[in-house]
Write a protein that binds this ligand. Structure first.
Ligand code: FAD
Ligand code: SF4
Length: 504
């Protein structure tokens, strides 16, 4: 088997891995050898700019694990996460928020303080060109949401987003065709490569052990070929940083049979379970042109455990999120240009039994059950969304737990009778997640956590984790900035370990 030698190997090139690569890159000048091993491919600009026909399914296949529809073991939720040079940052929408102080307090990780995360978050946001879009750049879908929330007295805020030269194509979740969205594929990885970090794509890490990574290179029929030859390769590394995401990092650690006891590994997985709600207007509104996500409403976060965000999804995703089939479904889909959409995110608790395990071949299996509290939050979120749609002037709405496919505007006073808990059955309604968190949670107790507050796996000074799996509980907001801030901390610790090692 071929062999290669590095000081640091980073597994995964998404929000966490890309940030660690960029932060460690200056060490290359002093002779450090650093490689990022990424399972996914690097797409060409031509592939990102491919014509819109058939784009949704073709791009989903190239950029996501299982085209964005990985099921939990119970088959009640689909999870979307990226597999590409840049990981999920290639497909994220780019909303960029700093984690609230109250959430960091609830995380209660000794040694992790809110000011430190906020400082690092601000640095990341500057790098990623985070700013507010001008009023003229907002589309009707977004403005209707904001104005209706204000009318109802619901607190509503504009999302800062991380674009540069956004042309409002609305295709952010299929990889931006205009190179406008600032993910690690545009910012951190190119910066790291310019300084000497090697990023090896189409390279799946199979197992890790002290001093060694076993990987396999295989080129898919899209993107650029890997820098390395196809086949298995043994990579020697003094330090390994695992940043394969909240599903794949715990799975990689589990199948590597590490020589330490880690009872919390894979556990406390959270997902911000999400629903898409749709309101239909009399006339066409601008929805799928323009940046899809400009506002959020956290009015109900503390009282009812949910957030509301503007969104606009593509036809396949929208169709799969409507409950039911037949004439009413097709009638609504044919009115795509009149649809207003809201994404609901539930704030879910971190429970030991919601967890990542591995199957006989070492691949991840996510066990996730909704608590009664989460189902209650989803129910209330549907009613709040319905009130927003009607306040925005929608003629009728579709709610996944509706007693009927459509609820008409004149029925608005009867929402409690028309959106009901008995219809909110996991498996019947389409619940999805794009915020995957936990599984290698930080903490100081090896019985209930996997790493310390700097991402070092308990008992293994050569092994670090630097991605969304570090979250001890959910982030209660869109998570990528916090992942980058945590990865920045991990890089700082790895850097000092490397320097210490040199001096010793
Ligand atoms: C559609 C969508 C929209 C989103 N929008 C937003 C948003 O607007 N704002 C926000 O804050 N967050 C958003 N998110 C969430 C955000 O993108 C993720 O939370 C974040 O990117 C996760 O970072 P990560 O480093 O944990 O994992 P990822 O970014 O997913 O990176 C993990 C990488 O590891 C690679 N990998 C996995 N296993 C292996 C292996 N064995 N060997 C080698 N490589 C491996 C994967 O291919 C992947 O590239 C969105 C997510 C999605 C899917
Ligand atoms: S709206 Fe269009 S141009 Fe702007 S970031 Fe999204 S995909 Fe790119």
């Amino acid at each position: 088997m071929r062999e290669r030698n590095y000081d640091v190997v980073i597994v995964g090139s998404g929000a966490g891995g890309g940030t660690v690569a960029k932060e460690l890159a200056p060490l290359c000048r002093e002779g450090a050898r650093i490689a990022v091993l990424e399972w996914g491919a690097k797409l060409t600009e031509e592939e990102f700019a491919c014509p819109p026909e058939g784009r949704e399914l073709a791009m989903a296949r190239k950029l996501y694990f299982e085209s964005g529809g990985v099921f939990n073991a119970e088959r009640t939720m689909t999870m979307a996460f990226g597999r590409a040079y840049g990981g999920s940052t290639v497909v994220y929408t780019g909303t960029s928020l700093i984690i609230p102080e109250r959430t960091v307090a609830r995380w209660a990780v000794p040694g992790l303080v809110s000011e430190d995360l906020a400082r690092r978050s601000r640095k990341v946001m500057q790098e990623n060109n985070v700013h507010f879009l001008e009023e003229e750049a907002l589309n009707d879908n977004n403005r209707l949401f904001r104005d209706a929330c204000e009318r109802l007295g619901y607190r509503v805020e504009q999302f800062p987003i991380n674009v540069k030269g956004c042309r409002g194509a609305g295709l952010c979740n299929l990889g931006c065709p205009n190179a406008a969205k600032q993910g690690t594929n545009r910012v951190q990885l190119p910066a790291a490569e310019r300084q000497g970090v090697e990023v090896v794509t189409n390279c799946k890490v199979l197992r890790i052990a002290e001093g060694e990574v076993l990987a396999r290179v295989a080129n898919p029929p899209w993107g650029l070929p890997s820098a390395w030859e196809e086949g298995e390769v043994r990579v020697k590394a003094r330090i390994i940083v695992v940043a394969a995401g909240a599903v794949n990092s715990p799975a990689l650690l589990l199948r590597s049979h590490l020589p330490v006891r880690l009872p919390a590994l894979g556990r406390y997985f959270t997902a911000h379970p999400a629903l898409i709600l749709v309101g239909e207007h009399e006339r066409p509104i601008s929805n799928y042109f323009g940046h899809p996500k400009s506002f959020y409403c956290d009015h109900f976060a503390e009282s009812h455990g949910f957030l509301l965000e503007t969104c606009m999804y593509f036809p396949f995703t929208t169709a799969k999120n409507l409950v039911g089939f037949g004439p009413e479904h097709s009638e609504l889909m044919r009115r795509m240009d009149r649809l207003q959409m809201i994404l609901v995110l539930a704030v879910d608790p971190a429970l030991p039994d919601n967890r990542v395990t591995i199957d006989a071949s070492g691949e991840p299996v996510v066990h996730y059950r909704f608590t009664e509290g989460v189902l209650d939050s989803l129910l209330e979120s549907m009613k709040a969304s319905a009130r927003i749609f009607f306040a925005a002037g929608a003629r009728r709405i579709h709610a996944p737990a509706g007693e009927r496919f459509f609820i008409e505007a004149h029925e608005a006073p009867r929402l409690d009778a028309l959106i009901t808990r008995r219809r909110l059955l996991p498996g019947r309604i389409s619940i999805a997640s794009a915020h995957l968190m936990g599984g290698c949670r930080m903490g100081d107790d090896p019985d209930t956590s996997v790493t310390d507050a700097w991402g070092q796996v308990h008992g293994l000074p050569w092994l670090y984790v630097a991605d969304g799996s570090l979250f001890p509980r959910c982030s209660e907001i869109n998570p990528y900035v916090t992942i980058m801030a945590l990865a920045d901390r991990v890089a700082e610790r790895v850097r000092s370990r490397l320097v210490e090692g040199k001096a010793a």
